[in-house]
Design a protein around this ligand. Structure first.
Ligand SMILES: [Zn+2]
Ligand SMILES: [Zn+2]
Length: 380
C-alpha cells in the first residue's frame, strides 16, 4: 500500500471512529501512565486520535537510546532500541505494549553500537515494520549484535533503507528530514549516526543518535536548517558532541539527554551541561521517561518522576572566552585521543599523539574500545 492510500485509510478510520467508535483508539495520555507534569497540566485522558497530539517518548533505557514517536493518525516510528541488559520488563517492550502498537511504520537504527540496537531482535521478531533505516557503515564496523540484526532483517523480509543525506520521508503529517550521514566520509562509528529532523506543524524535533562534532560541522557546512524546538542531545551528553556552533544553529527550547545513572563515561559531561545553559534540559537518569507532546503549535513536557529541567543562562557563541573553553575541554584526566587511520587510542598526555587532522577524541577507554580502537602502550 502506498503512503497516500495508507494515509487515506487511516484518515477514514479516524473519521469513522468519531462516528462509531469502531477503530481502536490508542491511549497516549501520560496521565494514564502515572506521569506527572512538570511543565503544564496533563492532556485529557482521551486517546491521541481525539486530542490530535503527536507524542514523542524518550524511553529511560539507562546508558542507551530509544525514542518512540506516535502521530495522531496512528503512525509509529521507533528510533533505536536501547541495550539488551534485561529481557524481563524491558522498557522498550513496555512502551510499545502500553500503546497497543502492533506495527511500526518506521524503525531507525541510528548506528550499530550495542546501546542503540540491543533490543532490535525483539522489535524485528514482534512487529511488522514497513521501513527500516540504518547507516551503511561500509565495513568499518561490525559486532555480533549488528550481524544478528542484519540477518534478522533479511529473515523477516524487512525493507531496509541505507540513507544518504539529504533525504526525507513522512510519518503521517510529520515531515522527517535525514540530515546525516553524508556520503563518502571516513568516520568513527558514532559519526555514521542517522540524524533526523522532524517537523509537525510549527514544532520541530532533532534526533541525533551519537553524532559528534564531525557530523555537526558537516551539517552546518552543508547549510542544512538545523533549528529545532527540542534537541535529543548527541551521544548521551558527551563533550565531543553538542558544539557551541551546532547549538547556535539548533537554538532549542528543550534538550533531552538519554544516559544511565553512574555510567562509566561520566555522561553527561560538565562541558556539555555548560553549553546547554539556558536550555531546559531533561535527563533520563534523573527524571525517567520523558514525554513531549505537540498539537502542531505548542509543546508540553511530562516526566515519569517529578523532575524539573536543569537550566541556567545560555551565553551565545559570540563570547570570546568560548573558543578558549573549547580548546580546554580536552584534559589529560578525562580524555583519550584516537588515530582515525590506525585505530589506536592514546592517553591525551602521551608523547606520540597522532596529527591533529587524524585525531578523534574519547572520554574513556571503554568508549574508544566500543568504537573499535585498541589501546597504545601509553594507556596500559
Ligand atoms: Zn550511544
Ligand atoms: Zn555509539
Amino acid at each position: 500500500m502506498n503512503k497516500t492510500k495508507l494515509f487515506t485509510v487511516l484518515l477514514l478510520c479516524t473519521l469513522l471512529s468519531g462516528l462509531f467508535s469502531g477503530c481502536q483508539s490508542v491511549d497516549l495520555s501520560p496521565a494514564e501512565n502515572n506521569i506527572s507534569s512538570s511543565e503544564t497540566a496533563a492532556p485529557s485522558a482521551q486517546g491521541a486520535d481525539s486530542d490530535g497530539l503527536l507524542k514523542v517518548e524518550y524511553i529511560d533505557v539507562g546508558q542507551a537510546d530509544s525514542i518512540l514517536i506516535s502521530t495522531p493518525t496512528d503512525e509509529h516510528m521507533l528510533i533505536d532500541a536501547g541495550a539488551a541488559e534485561s529481557n524481563d520488563a524491558n522498557p522498550i517492550e513496555k512502551a510499545l505494549e502500553a500503546q497497543n502498537i502492533d506495527r511500526l511504520d518506521v524503525v531507525v537504527a541510528t548506528h550499530p553500537h550495542y546501546d542503540h540496537i540491543g533490543r532490535m531482535d525483539y522489535v524485528i521478531e514482534n512487529y511488522d515494520i514497513d521501513n527500516f533505516y540504518l547507516p551503511d557503515v561500509e565495513g568499518n564496523y561490525t559486532s555480533a549484535t549488528y550481524e544478528n540484526m542484519l540477518e534478522e532483517l533479511e529473515e523477516y523480509n524487512v525493507n531496509t533503507i541505507y540513507p544518504s543525506a539529504p533525504e526525507e520521508f513522512t510519518l503521517g503529517e510529520a515531515k522527517c528530514e535525514i540530515l546525516s550521514p553524508l556520503e563518502n566520509q571516513e568516520r568513527d562509528c558514532n559519526e555514521y549516526s542517522i540524524v533526523l529532523r522532524m517537523t509537525y506543524g510549527d514544532n520541530t524535533f532533532l534526533f541525533t543518535g551519537d553524532a559528534g562534532r564531525q557530523s555537526e560541522y558537516n551539517m552546518i557546512d552543508r547549510g542544512f536548517d538545523l533549528s529545532a524546538d527540542v534537541l535529543k542531545v548527541g551521544h548521551h551528553g558527551s563533550a565531543y558532541s553538542s558544539t557551541r556552533e551546532f547549538l547556535d544553529e539548533v537554538r532549542p527550547e528543550y534538550a533531552v539527554i538519554s544516559c544511565g545513572e553512574g555510567n562509566s563515561y561520566g555522561h553527561p559531561h560538565d562541558e556539555t551541561m555548560d553549553r546547554l545553559r539556558g536550555i531546559k534540559t531533561y535527563i533520563t537518569k534523573d527524571v525517567g521517561d520523558i514525554y513531549i507532546t505537540s498539537d502542531g503549535e505548542n509543546l508540553s513536557v511530562y516526566t515519569e518522576n517529578e523532575g524539573a529541567p536543569q537550566s541556567g543562562e545560555y551565553e551565545s557563541a559570540a563570547n570570546p572566552t568560548d573558543e578558549a573553553e573549547e580548546e580546554n575541554a580536552v584534559t589529560p584526566e578525562n580524555s583519550f585521543v584516537g588515530n582515525k587511520n590506525s585505530k589506536v587510542v592514546h592517553s591525551a598526555d602521551c608523547g606520540s599523539l597522532p596529527k591533529e587532522e587524524n585525531r578523534v577524541y574519547f572520554s574513556s577507554l571503554d568508549e574508544a574500545e566500543a568504537a573499535g580502537y585498541r589501546g597504545h602502550s601509553c594507556v596500559g
